[in-house]
Design a binder for this molecule. Sequence first.
Ligand SMILES: [Zn+2]
Length: 245
Amino acid sequence: MARYFLSPDLFPAKLWQLFCHMHLPEFAQQAKKLGWWRSLDSDRAKPPSVVELETSGGVLLKPPLTFSWYLKLIGIYDLSFGQVKVDTCDKCDNFKHRFAEAPAGSEIEKKVSAEWDEHRRGADTSYDSRNADANTTNKYYPLPLANDEKPAFNSLKKVETQTQDFGGNLRTPKLTVGEAYYLRILATFCYSIFSQARRRTVLYFWNEKIAEKGANNCVSIEHYQHLHYGSGATNLIKWYDGTFS
Ligand SMILES: [Zn+2]
């Protein structure tokens, strides 16, 4: 399952405190005033003194959701904190691994390094080529097609460029029911098609209970895309997963 990354400025305790601020500001205000976030540091810090408590109204408020529960949710959703590297792929991961394994200064290291450079040069060439295709389409469609504009199939002697790929699975828990359902996350598949002629991305979603994630589903999406968001262009350039086809 894909990992989800949250801002590197966040960490679980901060996230939980923000959650409390949002859902029970009275609790958050009291916690701040007393310097005691109940359930977060109940084991580590002493509860506030009677004097402190009295100055803040005398009643200890409870958090809207305990910190331990919050941590459990972070675990269930496999949330991480930090920046995801954008320019990476399976091949790069493989090179990285082989490079790390190779003895320093060895022939193997040099070989891996050379192959990796070659791969990165190829990727750059590929990005340049994709940009060139996008620019070509921009010339044919200086103004992007409007949402309600649906030129007939093959009616315009123009070039359209589409970039498409499967996205990570969107996790869809059923939040309105019991705890057990948190443990069963439904896979919602996601496929995106970016149309350069429209300067717009269309995201297609479906649940694992409705259909699978395969070639047939892609074809259905293609069909829908051409019917509803077609560009009318006689030439279509497709970029799948960053690879020219
Ligand atoms: Zn790569």
